[in-house]
Design a protein around this ligand. Structure first.
Ligand code: C2G
Length: 448
């Protein structure tokens, strides 16, 4: 019996896949199909896959061509599989020509002509080309624009920016079809907006966008009062629009795996979460501009609060905010420390814009702790540490583009499906805003 093996993602199963499987099967008597696991696809840079592993495996099974369907989970697995299953022929589309020649040490390698005119990428793009507009006053937009090219189905078509910021923007951004200072004009040209303007403008800008039926991805805080936050959320639901917090850390694989491990009890019961996020000030803007824009609490607060609220929840009993406020007129805090008391745990965050400290994250539990070195918010690595250091474990997950591309993929999926897949749920988003509101109102605020 001649055994043939082939591999693929088989996203949005199409005619090209069908033909590939038919021809692979015809090479022998028994066909094994390896379907790539989500984590493996991500690791090899395929981040736009639409269907879950289960759905993709089902689609392959439904053809009735495969005799056996397996999951491909790791680099190098092909060699393992070929040996384990006693495979005679490895078959793959001609788009991989030469790439798998190294397998000829183990079996015969056959490249089958790729079917022209159909591909998952095209199907994905067709399904959901979302025209995105950028709103903001930061050069970070350059990075955002670059990252958008990794996500098919999204196209940045416009930009609303003040002339002072426009000077530092890349040519790609300055040459967009719609570059304007008029926000309403931008809204007319797009399906969705990414908002990176100063926090005090978020409420009005989000409201205007949603009233026009546009989806919103906004750097948190979404609003500066819970009342406004609730109003925007309600409005988004009524209008069928997605409103999502943009925190890149939430979309990094390492951070997400850390959450899953902690939640499944790998360090016992969590008793403390401590996170610090600080940076020195931008030198490219004047002190006045800077003060009007992002203070410490708005720049870093939601990011530092993310692990606190996602691990311990939002029902804390007490909170104390201690801030060094440099300018009372605009509530510019160069440093803020917040402590939370939960029924059986504590948490603290330190944020600074003009004060620097070690940017680490520590989650302490009854059987060990998680340590994430600085800058933890760009997480690709963490350790689970125990009393006996020989039991320590290290985890590494590639982080591409600081998580921006994964965040965009989630936003697009949400738009397409009408369901918010955001890793940051409503409760967490609201709790960020509650902290901001208390800070600005001076509730539980100690000035140093
Ligand atoms: N294919 C094809 N014609 C198309 C599209 C795809 O013949 N129009 C083939 C590909 O060449 C591949 C298989 O269908 O052999 C599955 O394609 P994908 O789902 O795009 O998977 P791919 O990323 O090519 O994964 O490590 C190698 C991978 O597992 C192959």
């Amino acid at each position: 019996m001649i055994k043939v093996i082939t591999y693929g993602t088989f996203d949005l199963f199409h005619f090209g896949h069908q033909r590939l499987l038919e021809r692979a099967k015809a090479l022998g008597d028994y066909l094994i199909v390896g379907v790539t696991a989500d984590g493996f696809d991500r690791a090899r840079g395929k981040i736009n896959v639409q269907q879950s592993l289960m759905e993709r495996m089902e689609a392959v099974k439904a053809t009735g061509i495969a005799d056996e369907v397996i999951v491909e989970e790791y680099e190098g697995q092909k060699i393992d599989d070929i040996m384990r299953y006693g495979v005679d022929i490895f078959a793959i589309g001609s788009d991989w020509k030469c790439y798998f020649d190294y397998l000829d040490e183990y079996c015969q390698v056959v490249y089958l002509e790729r079917t022209a005119g159909v591909s998952s990428s095209e199907l994905r793009a067709e399904k959901r080309e979302v025209h995105l507009g950028l709103v903001g006053d930061s050069l970070f937009l350059n990075k955002f624009e670059k990252e958008s090219h990794f996500v098919n189905g999204v196209k940045i078509v416009g930009l609303c920016v003040s002339p002072s910021v426009a000077v530092g923007l890349s040519d790609e951004l300055r040459c967009l079809p719609c570059v304007t200072e008029d926000y309403d004009a931008l809204l007319r040209e797009v399906d969705a907006v990414y908002i990176l303007s100063k926090p005090a403008d978020h409420y009005e800008q989000i409201k205007a966008a949603i009233l026009c039926g546009k989806h919103v991805l906004c750097e948190p805080p979404i609003a500066l009062s819970v009342k406004e936050w609730a109003e925007l959320n309600e409005l988004a639901k009524t209008k069928g629009c997605i409103l999502m917090d943009a925190i890149r850390t939430a979309y990094s694989t390492a951070y997400y795996r850390l959450l899953l491990l902690v939640k499944s009890g790998c360090i016992g019961k969590v008793v403390s979460v401590d996170a610090s996020c600080t940076s020195l000030r931008d030198n490219d803007i004047t002190p006045n501009e800077r003060r009007e824009k992002w203070n410490s609490i708005c720049s870093w607060g939601p990011n530092a609060l993310l692990p606190v609220f996602q691990i311990l929840g939002v029902d804390y009993k007490q909170k104390t905010i201690t801030s060094h406020i440099e300018d009372e007129s605009v509530m510019y805090d160069s440093f803020t420390k917040i402590t939370f008391i939960y029924p059986q745990a504590v948490a603290s965050i330190k944020v600074g814009k003009g004060v620097k400290t070690e940017g680490e994250l520590v989650v302490s539990g009854t059987t060990g702790y998680v340590y994430v070195p600085a800058p933890w918010w760009k997480m690709d690595y963490f350790e689970i540490r125990r009393e006996d250091p020989t039991e320590n474990k290290r985890y590494f997950y590639q982080l591409d583009g600081e998580g921006i591309r994964y965040e965009l993929v989630s936003f697009l999926k949400a738009i397409q499906s009408g369901k918010n897949f955001s890793y940051i749920n409503d409760k967490v988003s609201e709790a960020f805003v509650q902290v901001m509101e208390d800070f600005y109102k001076g509730c539980n605020l100690i000035r140093i």
